[in-house]
Design a protein around this ligand. Structure first.
Ligand SMILES: [Zn+2]
Ligand SMILES: [Zn+2]
Length: 132
């Protein structure tokens, strides 16, 4: 199954062919700042499943592990669409909310649960998941 994700204005997109490896909710302060939301949700695919289109600007952030993550965002509207973690270079993470149909990625349609939830120490009160 092919699924397309794009930025707010639509010029930057990425298409994933096949099923995701994992879906990860991240409560770290950097994801909170990047998204402006309570947490970020990354849908990880193998890099060879992906095809990008459009112009992107990248921002490299160094994580607590000392490894970098390279974020690709739209220079026109600012949406971060996808990112590549140095610690697992064979994977590409795509922002859940950028998909045309985010609900098609949820393994169990009865819940919006990600498969993992990380940086729980900065998780805001009131945010909780039943992990799938
Ligand atoms: Zn855009
Ligand atoms: Zn994070």
């Amino acid at each position: 199954m092919k699924r397309a994700a794009s930025c707010s204005c639509g010029q930057l997109s990425i298409t994933a062919d096949g099923e995701p490896v994992k879906i990860s909710a991240c409560h770290c302060r950097a994801c909170q700042r990047r998204t402006g939301s309570a947490f970020g949700v990354a849908v990880f695919f193998h890099a060879d499943q992906m095809e990008t289109a459009g112009v992107s600007t990248s921002y490299v952030r160094w994580g607590d592990s000392g490894k970098s993550v390279e974020f690709s965002f739209c220079p026109a509207c600012g949406s971060t669409v996808f990112w590549i973690p140095e610690f697992r270079k064979e994977l590409v993470a795509v922002a859940l909310g950028c998909f045309a149909d985010p609900s098609s990625l949820i393994p169990h349609p009865s819940s919006l649960a990600p498969t993992q939830s990380v940086y729980e120490e900065s998780r805001l009160e009131g945010v909780s998941f039943d992990l799938t």
